[in-house]
Design a protein around this ligand. Structure first.
Ligand code: NAD
Length: 352
């Protein structure tokens, strides 16, 4: 399947198996000729393959992308941009590499083409989170959205089974919150439901066989839909909790989303019964929070925050931080109930 998706932002989106072949044409469309390829150190092999594929247009590789987009890494990359008269960025990787690309583009105005290799969804959004002196700040600007996103299923086949499961549930979290967002609409809700359905059916298959191309296609298409949801709908309690746990306690991104999502969904269950029914149906389950928990277990994820390194003595502090400047949420944010939610997520209790 190769196709072009319609998207709320102006990003041009290509989807399919083998779409990487179209990269040179996309660079030509942007009328650019001197490309810097970005990646993490772990994926530098992929970055050098892309450089080779681009021939004369592939000018340099910068393979130092890391989590949370530290400003000093961005500045080091911009030196490479200036030294090599770069006129276009190509990012190959997950949310961390996309974050670096956005940070460079935001400062230099360079066009960016993103080749996602996880299900995180950052490639669809106008949001950039960065860290400097240990502080994380987030900004949003339409010019941060990549010019072109090339989803190539083949680039996801090497994503390890464990990371595939948690990254996919990270994507599902965008869709769950889009379904009960204050600014929800029929289009985002349809995309959300279909995104959840595709990922939920594909992820357990990928857990058993990470190179199953059909399941990978469903998962990446589902993730693209969930990314559209993230770009178009407001996020609520679940994202606030995960930003708190990641930003203030250093918990890992996708794994934390996976362990928290059943409990954040449960928190809103009584206020959004119709949304819960839609989520449960998309998950082929009877009760949305329990079905999300079962999906996490089916992909072999840690479902207790304590197993991700979160300490019981930090529960009170996390609850305090999570209720400060809360995001809009269907159910009012009550500190006592949030503390209970965190306790259950810490212990890894199945919601019922
Ligand atoms: P990641 O980009 O940090 O990747 C994790 C590791 O997996 C890296 O070492 C990466 O190189 C490796 N990896 C990625 N794809 C691979 C593949 N196919 N094969 C083998 N290894 C692979 O993880 P992520 O979950 O994609 O992104 C998380 C980051 O993205 C967080 O910092 C989060 O805040 C940010 N994010 C931002 C937005 C936004 O809209 N701004 C949205 C989602 C996530």
């Amino acid at each position: 399947m190769q196709s072009t998706l319609q998207h709320a932002s102006n990003a041009r989106i290509l989807f399919g198996a083998g779409t990487l072949e179209r990269l040179s044409v996309e660079i030509e469309r942007l009328e650019r000729s001197r490309v810097l390829i970005l990646s993490t150190t772990l994926q530098s092999g992929d970055a050098y393959s892309v450089e080779e594929l681009l021939g004369d247009r592939g000018v340099a590789v910068f393979d130092k992308a890391v989590m949370h987009t530290p400003v000093d890494v961005t500045e080091a990359a911009i030196e490479v941009v200036e030294q090599n008269k770069i006129d276009c960025l190509v990012a190959i990787g997950g949310g961390s590499t996309t974050g670096l690309s956005k940070a460079i583009s935001y400062r230099t105005g360079l066009p960016q083409i993103v080749l996602p290799t996880t299900y995180a969804g950052s490639e669809m959004t106008p949001i950039l989170g960065q860290t400097e002196d240990g502080l994380k700040t987030t900004l949003s600007d339409p010019k941060i959205v990549p010019d072109t996103v090339i989803y190539d299923v083949n680039l996801t086949l090497g994503l390890p089974a464990g990371m595939s499961g948690t990254s996919g549930i990270n994507a599902i979290a965008h869709a769950v919150e889009a379904l009960y967002a204050e600014n929800r609409n029929d289009a985002t809700s349809e995309m959300a439901e279909e995104g959840i359905r595709r990922l939920a059916s594909a992820l357990p298959i990928i857990a058993g066989n990470p190179r199953d191309v059909s399941a990978r296609t469903d998962a990446l298409f589902g993730a693209a839909l969930c990314g559209c949801c993230l770009a178009s709908a407001g996020m609520s309690l679940h994202h606030k909790l995960c930003h708190t746990l990641g930003g203030s306690f250093g918990l890992p991104h996708a794994e934390t989303h996976t362990a928290v999502l059943p409990h954040a969904t449960q928190y809103n269950a009584n206020d959004e019964p119709e949304v819960m029914r839609r989520i449960a149906t998309a998950l082929d389950g009877a009760h949305a929070p329990a079905a999300l928990f079962s999906l996490g277990q089916a992909v072999g994820a840690e479902m207790a925050l304590r197993d991700l390194g979160f300490r019981e003595e930090d529960l009170d502090k996390a609850a305090d931080l999570a209720v400060q400047q809360p995001y809009w949420n269907p159910r009012p944010i009550e500190r006592g109930a949030i503390r209970q939610l965190l306790q259950k997520a810490w212990a890894g209790e199945r919601p019922s």
